[in-house]
Design a protein around this ligand. Structure first.
Ligand SMILES: NC(=O)c1ccc[n+]([C@@H]2O[C@H](COP(=O)([O-])OP(=O)(O)OC[C@H]3O[C@@H](n4cnc5c(N)ncnc54)[C@H](OP(=O)(O)O)[C@@H]3O)[C@@H](O)[C@H]2O)c1
Length: 316
């Protein structure tokens, strides 16, 4: 008899985890079933997941016992932290540790940790090209995730480290869409110079994660990076112009200007873009489009993503 393998999904009501829940439910032949974790099973988003066919359970990353209960009986887990909810690298580290401990207790056979580079491997704190933030980080929301890789690997867990990319959905919900300048023309503002920015449809992250679980042993103990395309700011602006039917120019501001935009986390994001720019070859090479497509044959290009989502981009 075929026994299905249960996957616990952290962040199930969000972008990455939600994509994975939908991908598993839509592919019953994968041999996987899904348990969606949320702090509030009564929320509208949780109810939708339940109606969609997912088992929904209560769990909080700040409560290791709740994670142990939620991971019990599972084959694997997709693990994620949400830096932007609290802006605290220490909290991300503690939450990753709690997930790793719970995964070990549950005897999970495959854990995916949604991570990013610890940029301090390339830009030590002594490197003055970008400011040190929060006393101990260059790109706090990257560095803590990269540092937390060790929480999983040092426990000997069968882990895949999944390096994600800039969501194109940031143009809709993260305030990064084209904005009208004083000249009335729309501009896409990114401090990427003429370098390529690996990007992805957020929904494709979960589909790639499903691919990783399906290929299982091939990816355990490995790091895999995913992206839909590596595009320059000029290429993104050209695609936006075509999709929106309105001219969008690329506004390549300096890293320093971006750091000083004044919104919460602008300094973190300014440093992040500088890292992606200054170490562009390494950053892009870590996110193979071929591997991403092998994990998720339906992987979207930016143009395909725009066709589906252009009406959702606020044009201010
Ligand atoms: N935006 C980008 O371009 C980008 C690119 C790469 C990586 N990332 C990273 O992606 C992460 C966010 O992922 P996302 O975009 O999928 O998140 P999201 O859509 O903002 O949703 C956040 C998810 O995290 C869950 N969550 C947060 N705190 C929790 C806690 N204490 N206990 C249990 N669940 C908790 C929420 O669940 P409930 O509220 O239902 O409990 C929700 O499902 C961030 O750390 C960010 O650095 C973002």
């Amino acid at each position: 008899m075929n026994k299905s393998r249960l996957i616990a999904v952290v962040g199930a009501t969000g972008a990455q985890g939600g994509g994975l829940v939908r991908a598993i439910v839509k592919e019953p032949g994968s041999g996987l079933t899904v348990r969606a974790l949320t702090r509030d099973p009564r929320s509208e988003k949780a109810r939708i997941l339940s109606q969609f066919g997912a088992e929904v359970v209560d769990a909080d990353l700040d409560n290791v016992e709740s994670l142990k209960r939620a991971f019990a009986g599972c084959y694997g887990a997709f693990c994620l932290t949400n830096f932007w909810e609290h802006h605290s690298p220490d909290k991300e580290l503690a939450q990753a540790k709690a997930m790793a401990q719970a995964a070990r207790q549950a005897g999970l056979q495959h854990v995916i940790w949604s991570t990013l580079e610890d940029t301090r491997r390339w830009v030590p704190l002594t490197d003055s090209r970008m400011p040190t933030l929060m006393g101990n980080y260059k790109v706090p929301h990257f560095d803590a995730k990269g540092q937390a890789d060790a929480e999983f690997t040092e426990l000997g867990l069968p882990t895949t480290l999944l390096l994600t990319s800039f969501y194109w959905d940031n143009l809709i919900s993260f305030g990064m869409g084209p904005k009208k300048g004083p000249d009335g023309q729309l501009a896409l503002t990114l401090p990427m110079g003429d370098k390529n920015l690996p990007g992805i449809a957020a929904d494709d992250i979960g589909k790639c994660a499903l691919g990783v679980f399906k290929k299982g042993p091939d990816f355990i103990g490995k790091t895999v990076g995913i992206a839909g395309e590596h595009l320059t700011g000029h290429e993104m602006a050209a695609a936006l112009t075509k999709a929106l039917g309105k001219t969008v120019r690329y506004n390549a501001v300096s890293f320093e200007a971006y750091r000083n935009f004044g919104f919460p986390g602008a300094d973190d994001l300014g440093n992040m873009f500088q890292f992606k720019h200054d170490f562009n070859d390494v950053f892009c090479a870590a996110r193979s489009l071929t591997v991403s497509r092998s994990l998720n044959p339906a992987l979207q290009t930016f143009e395909q993503w725009l066709t589906q989502n252009k009406s959702r981009i606020p044009l201010e």
